[in-house]
Design a protein around this ligand. Structure first.
Ligand code: ADP
Ligand code: NA
Length: 329
């Protein structure tokens, strides 16, 4: 029996990944490589749904790929590629969009949030149909599991619905994937507004970007919003800021939350922030070094991505051929 297959991707909409992307996604991807057949992509087609600069996109796509590699994605064991290098993604998305209900697509809460923020005039049809492209990304590879954050759960449900609908109408073609959401690091919150998810679209001093200078990262952690009281205990309801810092420390240090609470008995928030900053920088400093090495050798990075696209097409092309045949093309 084959190893379970996983697929995941991130948008190159920012140059740097943030702490939520790292703990909620990249680190999980790396762990999954050991016993899964993993496909990881830089989803650049998704990155043009809200207006962009072409030169910047090209650069950010490379920097994002370099961060996957620096974070530990191994192109020998996993298939690492750029979405636009594999034309089967938008080809399958079109077919899926023709079996998606308009009302069904309209119920996607992430679209409602993003379009409400952007306003009707700067909301594109691409942003509206983006969950269908995401479904194509996943279904093309017969992925069993999709490592994502909690915020993506609804899109994975849509993917299963569309895959199941296609199978019923046109014959068994797609594997129906499951969301894979590790509980401990499901959600990292903004350091300044610890009830809101850390996100690149909320670019303030509560965002920790992996490629920021170590000084800036340290400063942002030390000025994180904490809560009234002085005890270092996890209590998401009453102490969201402290709880978020404890979550981050637990993830970077590998210490269980209960252990951290015990270690900080009688010590305050200042000590906690110092330890969080040290634990984050322990990982981030060598990570940054590796990213810069990779970017200094563009030919090698391009070669890695070209090999990845080739491997991806070996799966994607036959899937699309089957779909086209079954649809009547
Ligand atoms: P953003 O929310 O910054 O726009 P994306 O939506 O591009 O980030 O998410 C890329 C990946 O990182 C997804 O798997 C997503 O679930 C995960 N992710 C993003 N933000 C967080 C967060 N604050 N905590 C945990 N995981 C996150
Ligand atoms: Na997002």
């Amino acid at each position: 029996s084959r190893r379970p297959r996983v697929l995941s991707g991130m948008q190159p909409t920012n140059a740097s990944l943030h702490l939520g992307n790292y703990l909620g996604a990249l680190r999980q991807w790396v762990a999954l490589q050991d016993d899964h057949d993993a496909f990881y992509c830089v989803v650049d087609l998704h990155a043009i749904t809200a207006g962009h600069d072409p030169a910047q996109l090209r650069e950010r796509t490379r920097v994002t790929a370099a961060q996957y590699l620096a974070g530990g994605v191994d192109p020998e064991r996993s298939t690492l590629f750029v979405q636009s290098h594999v034309p089967e993604h938008p080809q399958l998305a079109w077919v899926l969009s023709c079996i998606t209900g308009f009302g069904e697509a309209s119920r996607m809460t992430q679209f409602k949030d993003k379009s409400a923020r952007a306003g009707a005039d700067s909301t594109t049809v691409g942003l509206f149909t983006y969950p269908i492209l995401q479904a194509a990304d996943i279904l093309l590879y017969h992925a069993d599991q999709v490592p994502v954050g909690e915020d993506q759960r609804q899109h994975i449900e849509l993917t299963r619905d569309l895959g199941g609908r296609f199978n019923t109408r046109f014959g068994d073609t797609f594997v129906l994937p499951k969301a894979y959401i590790p509980e401990a690091t499901a959600k990292i919150y903004d350091l300044q507004e610890p009830t809101a998810k850390m996100s690149k679209s909320v670019a303030g001093s509560g965002l920790i970007e992996l490629l920021d200078s170590p000084k800036t990262i340290e400063k942002r952690i030390k000025s994180a919003v904490t809560d009234t009281g002085r005890e270092v205990v996890a209590d998401a309801q009453n102490k969201p800021g402290v709880t978020n810092l404890i979550t981050i420390l637990a993830a970077f240090s590998g210490r269980p939350v209960a252990q951290i609470e015990q270690d900080f008995a009688g010590r305050g928030y200042g000590d906690l922030k110092k330890e969080v900053a040290a634990a984050v920088l322990d990982v981030v400093v060598p990570f940054q070094q590796r990213v810069h090495e990779l970017l200094d050798d563009p030919a090698e990075l391009d070669a890695v991505l070209a090999r990845g696209a080739e491997k991806a097409r070996e799966v994607a092309a036959p899937t699309l051929a089957t779909v086209y045949e079954r649809v009547g093309f």
